[in-house]
Design a protein around this ligand. Structure first.
Ligand SMILES: [Zn+2]
Length: 275
């Protein structure tokens, strides 16, 4: 069973359009997929339609960033797309992103970078504005060679042109997901670098966490086994995802395959998709 429940599209910071993603699902034989754009469900309805007409199983997805000392991301699946609480939260997050991007652009422009808001908008298209869009613009204008370099030199955390944006607390994310009848899954847990992982996990379980992303490209085999044992111990569902961002990251749709024959993954996917 080929599963990829973590991918981004041009609606957030990926470079694949919805059609590109469908094409990649078909050519990689992916049977179960979810597009999990950051703070955005703009592409969800269209993607579900396209997937259905191509015989691919798809559910709504989204990836939230939670307020936490390190990177803590929560994936939410199969929510009610029309839920007003969810949509209010997404509008808030979009406003925060827009304000932050405008501030960052102004800082760069004031310092002599010849980049315009119109050029940036062209890159953003119908998606939500993200830092990689500014990074891409800096690359296009010859200020750096790669988006990665743009992050390291100009727009990453701690850099001169970095501006913080408002994000949701863990409590808010779980309450929004619950109201929208979504299923929450802890994304790439090895990236959290938490000294006492189980303590954090128990807190998240209290808040309503239902699953954990076990199979993920940068997880070592040992980490996969550890997170698998955690899932079994706490009765969690497990997922598998590539975190495909098109050409923006060193991964691709369907890259993670270690869970393909895993029984708990199969059962979890059945559960997630049945709803
Ligand atoms: Zn992601």
């Amino acid at each position: 069973m080929k599963v990829d429940l973590h991918t981004h599209s041009t609606y957030s910071d990926g470079t694949d359009s919805l059609d590109d993603l469908i094409f990649k699902c078909r050519s990689n034989g992916i049977e179960y997929v979810s597009v999990t754009d950051h703070d955005c469900i703009g592409g969800t309805k269209d993607f579900l339609k396209k997937a259905t007409s191509n015989g691919i199983n798809a559910i709504p997805g989204i990836e939230f960033s939670a307020e936490h000392p390190t990177e803590l991301h929560i994936l939410c699946y199969n929510y009610d797309q029309d839920d007003p609480v969810l949509n209010d939260a997404l509008n808030y997050l979009l406003d925060e992103r827009k304000t932050r991007i405008v501030k960052m652009m102004r800082l760069l422009q004031d310092d002599g970078f010849r980049i315009s808001n119109e050029e940036l908008q062209e890159l953003i298209g119908n998606g939500v504005p993200t830092r990689p869009h500014i990074g891409q613009l800096l690359v296009n204008k010859g200020y750096c060679r790669t988006v990665k370099e743009a992050f390291e030199r100009y727009i990453g955390v701690g850099c001169k042109y970095f501006v913080k944006k408002g994000i949701l607390t863990k409590e808010e994310i779980f309450s929004i997901s619950e109201k929208a009848s979504g299923t929450t899954v802890l994304a790439h847990p090895a990236k959290i670098h938490e000294p006492d992982f189980e303590k954090l996990l128990r807190k998240l379980l209290d808040l309503g966490l239902k699953g954990i992303e076990v199979f993920y490209p940068i997880h070592s085999d040992r980490e996969c086994s550890y997170f698998m044992s955690i899932a079994e111990r706490y009765g969690l569902i497990i997922t598998q995802g590539s975190d495909n961002h098109g050409t923006r990251r060193n991964t691709y749709l369907g890259k993670e395959t270690r869970g393909n024959e895993n029984e708990l993954l199969m059962a979890s996917v059945q559960k997630l998709f049945r709803k």
